[in-house]
Design a protein around this ligand. Structure first.
Ligand code: FAD
Ligand code: GLY
Length: 376
């Protein structure tokens, strides 16, 4: 087994896998170090929405990053299929951001003007137009913003496809291997200590999602990334109940998958790494989902699951170089949008490692030193 690499990526979630793919594609010798299995944490729990417009309501670096990444999906989907044969189930049927009250309808109508600057096809639908489009919706809703370009993918398949495409270009994947600490030589990163021995490499990328602060504490910095658990469930119906993703607020959405399943999410439980799915969490989701689409109560039950989102104190991910350790980089803290942001994250990390970051790069907003503490 090879123990020497150009780059070791810690974390085999969607971001680690996307970074591994982009780096191995340009000829780098890459290893993914994953403490469990590829995609075993947040990246397989996600609903897979590419909800740049529905999730992010203000212009700014995160919104611009999200739009760029969203636009990469048609090509990424084709390219990953070509290298791996995996269909990531990219669906481009849009999303409805629903107003369940009159006050919310008023708020959302104002948002349409902002959204239209970026996508002229976005428009407000009144209740009648909305029910014409999605007849299973409750007639008690007050209209919705129609976002034709917020699609979705199967998150677990996209993670798997990135990892398999990285393998295709020669990457190695070490599962059940936990990175414990960093090895330095002459003030630079030279490798990793893991529970399965050491790995030598010239550069390391920490892509460990909600677990990123833990590993970075012994490198002299404290970055505020904390866990937010999300619980979900899914149902199946014989005939499709809905065609478009129904997004009510950040605590209830219904995503109709290609295989007939509807993913329904998700709770937001702060400051826990414990993944147990609670009866209270799921019953709250069932109530909200049935208020939106009453026939959900007759749908066949499929499964429940949960995952841990990596939240940051200012809501922006960290994508940048470690301020104290040469050769060490971080790409973590993608919170509710890590699936959407995965293609652009892979590309931007290549720019960072190859020292190709331009002065006007989007990366400036995601630097580590914007909000962190030096602790040594
Ligand atoms: P993770 O997927 O958490 O991967 C990090 C990996 O690092 C893990 O596999 C972990 O085992 C590994 N690791 C940690 N420490 C170590 C170590 N010391 N050594 C080795 N390996 C280590 N995003 C969207 O864009 N759209 C959605 O619709 C959406 N829905 C969501 C729904 C739910 C319920 C949840 C929970 C999240 C959702 N998200 C969504 C958010 C998205 O899932 C995350 O932002 C994304 O998966 C983060 O990916 P990641 O690769 O950074 O982290
Ligand atoms: N983006 C959906 C979620 O995090 O639940």
């Amino acid at each position: 087994m090879n123990h020497s690499f150009d780059v070791a990526i810690i974390g085999g979630g969607i971001n680690g896998a996307s970074i591994a793919y982009q780096l191995s594609k340009i000829g780098k010798k890459v290893a993914i170090i994953e403490k469990e299995r590829i995609g075993s944490e947040a990246s397989s729990a996600a609903a897979g929405m590419l909800a740049a417009q529905a999730e992010i309501e203000h212009d700014g670096p995160l919104f611009q990053l999200a739009l760029k990444s969203q636009a990469m999906f048609p090509d990424i989907s084709n390219e990953l299929f070509e290298y791996t044969g995996i269909d990531i189930e990219y669906v481009h049927k849009g999303m409805l951001k629903i107003a369940e009250t009159e006050e919310l309808a008023h708020e959302l109508k104002k948002q349409v003007n902002f959204q239209k600057q970026w996508d002229h096809e976005i428009r407000w639908l009144d209740t009648k137009e909305l029910l014409d489009m999605e007849p299973a919706l409750s007639p008690s809703v007050f209209g919705a913003i129609y976002l034709p370009n917020d699609g979705h993918v199967k998150a677990s398949k996209l993670t798997d496809a990135f990892a398999k495409a990285a393998l295709y270009f020669g990457a190695e994947i070490r599962e059940n291997t936990k990175a414990l600490s960093f090895i330095y030589e002459n003030g630079k990163i030279a490798g990793l200590n893991t529970n399965n021995g050491t790995i030598s490499c010239g550069q390391v990328v920490v892509a460990t999602g909600a677990w990123a602060s833990e590993l970075l504490k012994n490198t002299g910095i404290d970055i505020p990334i904390y866990p937010v658990k999300g619980e979900c469930f899914s149902v199946r119906t014989e005939e499709p109940l809905i065609n478009t993703t129904i997004f009510s607020d950040k605590r209830c959405y219904l995503v109709p998958k290609r295989n007939g399943e509807i993913f329904i999410g998700a709770t937001m439980v702060e400051n826990t790494f414990e993944k147990k799915v609670t009866a209270g969490g799921i019953s709250g989701l069932i109530d909200r989902a049935c208020q939106l689409v009453p026939q959900i109560k007759d749908a066949e039950w499929e499964r429940v699951w949960s995952g841990i989102r990596p939240q940051t104190s200012d809501g922006l991910p960290y994508i940048g170089a470690h301020p104290l350790c040469q050769g060490l980089f971080i790409a973590a803290g993608h919170f509710r949008n890590g699936i959407l942001l995965s293609p652009i994250t892979g590309k931007l990390v290549v720019e960072l490692l190859e020292n190709q970051v331009s002065n006007d790069s989007l990366l400036t907003a995601f630097r580590l030193d914007r909000s962190m503490e030096i602790i040594q």
